[in-house]
Design a protein around this ligand. Structure first.
Ligand code: INI
Length: 156
């Protein structure tokens, strides 16, 4: 059996982060968590691009264009979709998750879904806290793990 374990790449990585401005007070914390994880794992600041879009609905297009540029090893989408009293939540969250998945498959690179979809603000803030309670941090680690996996899978 050949097993490909989760690991962090030992090579230089270039990462694009697309972040939604909507619910900025949550998303800014996700961005900080992602940057912290990338820095802790040796990604130089000069190899990170951070692009802001108006809301989560716009994340897939920005991720698609950045992925098409061919200069990044992974794209991380960060946002916070918080349920209101209308079906708007379902359209925004659904299209965003579907779109981000399509970007990964279309370009053959990790397109990581770091968009919180919660019932209320408290749940969102709980997931955007410091350290291990920050989904931005977790998604950046996932991006690096996927880069390492794809490197190995393509080499074998
Ligand atoms: N965008 C978000 O990122 N989070 C939300 O909770 C949200 N809500 O609730 O409406 C939201 N809406 C804006 C949307 O993403 C687009 O920016 C807008 O519809 C313009 O296309």
């Amino acid at each position: 059996m050949k097993e490909l374990p989760l690991e962090i790449p030992q090579r230089k990585c270039s990462i694009a982060i697309v972040a939604a401005e909507f619910n900025h007070f949550v998303v800014q914390q996700l961005v900080e968590g992602a940057l912290d994880a990338l820095q802790r794992n040796g990604v130089a600041e000069s190899n990170i691009t951070l692009a802001w879009v108006p809301g989560a609905f716009e994340l897939p297009l920005a991720a698609d264009v950045l992925a098409a540029g061919g200069r990044h090893d992974a794209v991380i989408a960060l946002g916070a979709v918080i349920r209101g009293g209308t079906p708007h939540f379902d359209y925004v969250a659904g299209e965003c998750s579907r779109g981000i998945a399509q970007v990964g498959l279309k370009h053959g690179l990790p397109a990581i879904f770091g968009v919180l979809t919660t019932d209320n603000v408290d749940q969102a803030l709980e997931r955007a806290g410091s350290g291990s309670g920050n989904k931005g941090f977790d998604t950046a680690v996932a991006a690096l793990q996927m880069i390492a996996l794809l490197d190995r899978a393509r080499a074998s």
